[in-house]
Write a protein that binds this ligand. Structure first.
Ligand code: ZN
Length: 403
């Protein structure tokens, strides 16, 4: 059987692009060093194939031509232990897209360090649920570059997002404080490994690397976009502050730097009394000014939020959240959590964003929730989990292998 192995030159390219460190998230093991003899060195790394070198190899060949299989882009640098791990059981646990996203992340980190920066980059690796009302104790989610949580309404997808968003702030776990008893760990690299242990039992207890804390002090961020916001809030500014959980000045500042595919810039302008009268607007609070969002679209038009379709409003909010995640990723591991279908966008409008999230240009991790998968799921750096939360700690989260 023909094996499309890497040449020694290609192997050297793959290793060098990884800084001769293992690409497995959190490993970073140095695979090159001095041997005992003063004129010798030891090279303990492996250029693993992402798509398989031979026809029946792990993960299959994905229809790639021999030249593509032998190309440096099809290799990921690993230490011995992790080379062995990723190829077990034909690579089912580590599909192509996951390895590609690890490679993209690791090469970014290496390039970041190589350009003289301190390595601030990292990876949110694992959510482990020790105790929750919905899932079997020990349920674990390993986050890839892009992770899809699939399940019907009420299956616990939002719960997972709320729990993870504690990396940024604890506001989202409010509903778990009162009646429920939740205990989970988040393991992340920033870039050193950290473990944030969260317990709710009337009061919130956080433990970071064995020390009791009131908030997560390790450098990391999470942006959670749970929908289009509370319709009862008339003021666009206040509604989006509430939705993205940032303060007024942070939101106004962020608005000037959206630079997305759909909207370049967002401004908030105060409504006049005359506009209120014309719309017969009933204000709940007469003293507080009402601000409307004005979106400067990439097509040159300026549209108010209320003039946009539901799906277009979703795009504005998504691009605001992406701008926030883009900022965070320069300083530490950043997770963008999006309840995709609550944005009101159809799959056609969502697809370009999915392509971006799966691409190496997107430097933050994404967690996307939906009750179904889009029809075209190829070529993206996704890990898919089927979420099936059941009351009484009976639910499951199962990784869906994609050959
Ligand atoms: Zn390793």
């Amino acid at each position: 059987m023909t094996r499309h192995g890497f040449t020694s030159t290609t192997r050297h390219v793959i290793a060098s692009r990884a800084g001769y460190r293992c690409s497995y998230p959190g490993c970073q093991k140095l695979t090159l060093g001095p041997a005992v003899a003063p004129d010798q060195y030891e090279d303990t790394g492996f250029a693993s194939h992402i798509h398989a070198a031979s026809l029946r190899g792990p993960r299959g060949q994905g229809g790639l031509k021999p030249a593509q299989l032998k190309h440096a882009s099809n290799g990921i640098w690993m230490c011995g232990a992790h080379e062995n791990l990723i190829d077990k059981k034909s690579g089912v646990r580590f599909p192509v897209n996951v390895l590609q996203s690890w490679k993209a992340l690791h090469e970014y980190r290496t390039s970041f360090e190589h350009s003289g920066n301190q390595a601030a980059f990292g990876f949110v690796r694992t959510l482990r649920l020790e105790r929750s009302p919905l899932f079997t104790p020990g349920t674990q989610i390993d986050f890839a570059k892009t992770t899809f949580l699939i399940g019907p309404n009420g299956s616990g997808k939002s719960a997972i997002c709320e729990w993870v968003s504690i990396l940024e702030a604890s506001d989202n776990i409010r509903r778990w404080l009162a009646n429920n008893n939740v205990h989970y760990d988040i393991i992340f690299d920033a870039p050193a490994e950290h473990r944030l242990s969260v317990q709710t039992e009337g009061i919130l207890t956080l433990d970071l690397d064995g020390k009791t804390v009131s908030r997560n002090h390790a450098r990391s961020s999470a942006v959670y976009l749970s929908g289009r916001g509370d319709n009862r809030i008339v003021c666009d500014l206040r509604r989006i502050m509430d939705l993205l959980q940032i303060d007024e000045f942070a939101l106004r500042s962020l608005g000037t730097r959206v630079s997305g595919d759909f909207v370049k810039k967002v401004e908030f302008v105060q409504r006049t009394q005359q506009e209120d009268d014309e719309d017969e607007l009933q204000r709940d609070d007469l003293d507080a000014p009402v601000y409307v969002l004005e979106s400067h679209l990439t097509n040159g038009r300026v549209m108010r939020f209320e003039q946009l379709s539901g799906g277009e409003r979703g795009r504005v909010l998504l691009e605001l959240a992406m701008a926030l995640a883009r900022e965070g990723t320069q300083f530490g591991p950043t997770l963008l959590l999006v309840e995709l279908k609550s944005l009101g966008m159809d799959w056609g409008a969502i697809q370009p964003y999915l392509d971006f999230f799966g691409s190496p240009e997107c430097l933050y991790q994404t967690v996307l929730t939906s009750w179904e998968l889009p029809s075209d799921v190829e070529m993206l750096g996704w890990q898919i989990y089927m979420v099936d939360g059941r009351p009484g700690e009976k639910g499951t989260v199962v990784a869906s292998p994609r050959a």
